[in-house]
Each structure stands twice: as C-alpha cells, then as structure tokens.
Design a protein around this ligand. Structure first.
Ligand SMILES: NC(=O)c1ccc[n+]([C@@H]2O[C@H](COP(=O)([O-])OP(=O)(O)OC[C@H]3O[C@@H](n4cnc5c(N)ncnc54)[C@H](O)[C@@H]3O)[C@@H](O)[C@H]2O)c1
Length: 271
C-alpha cells in the first residue's frame, strides 16, 4: 500500500518537542519530506519522548526518510519566510504547513497575568499561526497544483494546532484561551478565503496532553487529579494522539474537510 503522504513536502513548527516532534515523525512515516523548525534543534528536557536525546530530523533521516532542520522563531516574519523558502529550495515545493509552535505561561487569572505574558502568548500562539499561514498560502498560490490520489487538484494544506480552550472558556488561562480562540477563528476565515483555490485550512483542538508544557501539572498530585477528572476518557492525551489527527488532516482522506475544528480531547468538549 502506498504511503499516504508520499513525497509531499511538509513544514512542522515547534518540531523539536512534544506534539511537533510526534507530528513530524508521523508525517515522515507516511512518506512526507519534513522541514523541522523550532527555536532549538534539541528537545525540551521536560518532555516524555522515549529517545529524547536524538533530534527529530535525525530520527527521520536515520530511518530512511528525508528531513532537515532550520532554527526559526515562529513569531518572527523574516524567520517564517526563510523556513518556507528553505522548504522550496530543498524539496522543490510546499504541500503541508503544520503551525504547531506554542507557549503557555501557567495558571493565573487576568488580575495576576502580566502584559508581558499576554504579549508573549499572543505573539507566538496567534501571530505565529497567522505568519505561518500567510507565508505557506502565499507559496501554495505560486506553485502548480498537484493531482492527489483521488484525482483532485491540490494546492496545499494548513493544519493549525489550537486547543479545547479555543472552543470553550477554561479557567485561569486568559491569554492562552484568547490566543487559541484566535487560532480557531483564523482557521475558519482562511478556509473561506481559499476554498475556491482548493487549499484546506483545518485545526486540531487537543485536550490535556502529556508533554513538557504540562509536565509540572502532571507531577503535582492536585493538578494531576484535576486534569484526569476533567478528561472523561480514562487517561490524558499524548502527542501521538494529536499526530494521528494531523496526519489525517494533511492527507487526501481529508480532501473535503476545511474550516473544521477536530477535537482530540477524550470527550472533554462532548459535555
Ligand atoms: N500539551 C498540551 O496539553 C496541549 C494541549 C492543547 C494544545 N497544545 C498545543 O500544542 C502545541 C505544542 O505544544 P506541546 O504540548 O508540544 O508543547 P512543548 O512545550 O512540549 O513543545 C513546544 C515546542 O514549541 C517550540 N516553540 C516555542 N516557542 C516557539 C517559537 N517562538 N518558535 C518556534 N518554536 C517555538 C518549543 O521550543 C518546543 O519545542 C502548542 O501550540 C500548544 O499550545 C498543547
């Protein structure tokens, strides 16, 4: 059986750790050529990755896939443009943009939250996804569409990583919820603007996951219990749960899906 993403060219932001790393590995497993990009090539120390000392692009190339790494700040326009140019120079085009890089500054209400925390969160989580979408879609519009496995013409696909807190309010995360709400509605807006061009723009909205971002909460008894109590499924999510959903949205199986918010949350939002 052919790989679902055979020779498709993908960029994954925040690819060194957690969701980004699992997404890059999953896309490569389906045959995609993956441009990994993050602030640093090495994984964050707090992650749950089994082989944390090996960098994402090295895992892919060691297992026979094609991948490169380019350091870039997803919230800086010139960096994001360079990553898109790098993908095109290295692999000839760009088919899939996964805007995953994100930050979380912890639990606090708006009285306690600082302006710096708000600006930092919005800059990476909201502006970063706007920039990634802007430069990817600009490239999609420049290149010839490809014919997919279903015989359709495809210019490119964007998958944004949002959050359940972009769909509903979650206590003590004001800037984080605001930033993910921005991701959700930008995703819908872009889907409308580019549907006629056959550019898919979707988002995955994960619930609580075991990654470096959440480790400090999973290690404390009270917040560990809270995250499990809030999740109807008997475990919290993993980066691999998110990666499987992203792989689907990046594939031809999702040809007619656009402007969708795919929850991967163990039924959190089903209430
Ligand atoms: N962990 C969760 O429970 C959870 C839930 C829902 C959504 N998410 C989202 O998933 C995405 C990935 O989170 P994660 O849990 O893997 O977190 P993580 O902290 O484990 O990994 C995030 C990665 O993004 C990188 N990054 C941070 N700022 C960056 C920037 N400006 N430019 C480039 N790279 C940058 C980090 O270096 C890191 O490698 C984020 O958008 C996050 O908001 C996480």
């Amino acid at each position: 059986m052919a790989d679902k993403l055979d020779k498709r060219v993908a960029i994954v932001t925040g690819s060194s750790s957690g969701n980004g790393r699992a997404i890059a590995l999953a896309l490569a497993k389906e045959g995609a050529y993956v441009v990994c990009t993050d602030l640093k090539k090495g994984a964050l120390a707090g992650g749950y990755e089994k082989d944390i000392e090996v960098d994402t692009d090295d895992i892919i190339t060691r297992s026979g896939g094609k991948s490169t790494f380019l350091p870039a700040d997803a919230s800086k326009a010139c960096d994001v443009q360079k990553v898109v140019d790098h993908a095109v120079q290295t692999f000839g085009r760009l088919d899939i943009m996964v805007n995953n890089a994100g930050v979380f500054t912890g639990l606090h209400n708006i009285i306690e939250e600082t302006e710096e925390q708000y600006d930092f969160t919005m800059n990476v989580n909201a502006k970063g996804i706007w920039l990634g979408s802007k430069y990817a879609i600009t490239q999609f519009m420049k290149q010839e569409p490809i014919t997919t496995s279903t015989g359709a013409k495809l210019r490119g696909r964007v998958v944004n990583i949002a959050y359940i807190g972009g769909l509903v309010g979650l206590a003590l995360e004001p800037a984080y919820c605001a930033s993910k709400g921005a991701v959700v509605n930008l995703t819908r807006e872009l889907a409308l603007d580019f549907a006629a061009e056959r550019i898919n723009v979707n988002a995955v909205c994960p619930g609580f996951l075991a990654t470096a971002m959440v480790r400090s909460f999973l290690e404390k008894e009270d917040t560990n219990k809270l995250l499990h109590d809030l999740t109807p499924w008997p475990r919290v999510g993993s980066a691999e749960d998110v990666a499987r959903a992203v792989t689907f949205l990046a594939s031809d199986d999702a040809e007619w899906m656009t402007g969708s918010m795919l929850t991967v949350d163990g039924a959190f939002t089903a209430r």
